[in-house]
Design a binder for this molecule. Sequence first.
Ligand code: ATP
Ligand code: MG
Length: 425
Amino acid sequence: MIRGIKGVKDILPDETARWQFVEQHARQTAGLYGYREIRIPIFEMTDLFARSIGATTDIVEKEMYTFQDRDGASLTLRPEGTAGAVRAYIEHNLAADPLPQKLYYLGPMFRHERPQAGRLRQFHQFGVEFFGTADPRADVEVIALLWRFLSGLGLPDLALEMNSLGLAEDRPAFKAVLLRFLKERESRLCSNCRRRMETNPLRVLDCKVPECRAATEDAPRLTDHLSPEARRHFDKVLGGLSLIGVPYRLNPRLVRGLDYYTLTAFEVTSSQLGAQNAVGAGGRYDGLVEALGGPKTPAIGFAVGLERVTLMLPQGNTPSVQRSVYVAAFGERGSSAGLTLVEELRALGVSANTDYRATSLKAHLRQADRLRSIYAVIVGDEEVSKDFLVVRDMDTKQQENLPLKGAAQSIALRYRSDGERAFSR
Ligand code: ATP
Ligand code: MG
């Protein structure tokens, strides 16, 4: 047989309820903050990602799924959502809209990485982008949204880490200081860091190799090299978070893997996740819209990995599912009556199910049990000939006869009055 691709997972029906729950919570939280959904394509011109994410990042250097279209164009499966959102923002001139542009997206992303728990080649993100507002309160809002989304799901051991990357203008001076520091310890760095040290020294701070982390323990801090303007912005963001009660800690090493970030950078981690401990991350990217050919536009956003969120979702927080009414029909006339009844129940908005393979009452009741049905409605030839059917409560095992005529309506009434019991976890 042909198997699925490594690192590309099926989400089976037993898991989709969790996914739908998380996605619904994402939509609802984004809605609370006035963000509207944007649906951007799954593939774009390769240049879009290369130019926005940055040529010397992990994603562009080695993780993109890039292929030639039949007409020769180079296309790439999106590794993240911001580049596409920015392209759409520019292409459709959303800057001209007098309303603040607050967008969210949900969907699959693609990166050729080494698959492991919480790291896949096709994974899913929920992300938001807030365009056009440089005010630090926009940073506070975006971070509050992320925090409310994650903490509202009851995820354990969440920690918000904050840093400032300074203005784009602050970067060259800091890079020079950092490079001088790194050169002194070059021999202790991994080969990857030694290579990227010259092109993108900030990325060394983000390296996960323990020796590199140790060697850069006392590296110069971005926050010690901020211009007064960047410092002011950062202080206002931190002050705002404190004001609304979002707890954070400073992490001077936090740099983010993408080149387009400026000023505020943040990440939410959970110690429950082990090695892949980042749940979501984001930051300000005030230069990106202009770099991609749009008007000068400040912007800030985040992306959360939904695999990691669903992995951490506490068992008790999984959604309840509607229990169905099982129609146990057998015999020739019973089967016809059952076929009508199951459809009538659905027309009345009652979840109804059956198994057309079952021919005996015993087989039917076993299926009703497996499906965790609320009632089994028994209708065989004998019942039909006497114009009644039997409703068996699957929890109490009590049975009651009902006239065949109007049975669907009576069952629907009973189902609604059972309220809570019609849902199961
Ligand atoms: P990491 O350090 O874990 O590689 P990243 O910096 O590459 O993360 P971002 O690009 O910031 O990740 O993406 C935001 C979130 O998307 C991450 O915090 C994570 O939850 C999720 N994510 C990123 N890559 C993957 C992946 N390959 N599989 C599953 N989730 C992912
Ligand atoms: Mg990564």
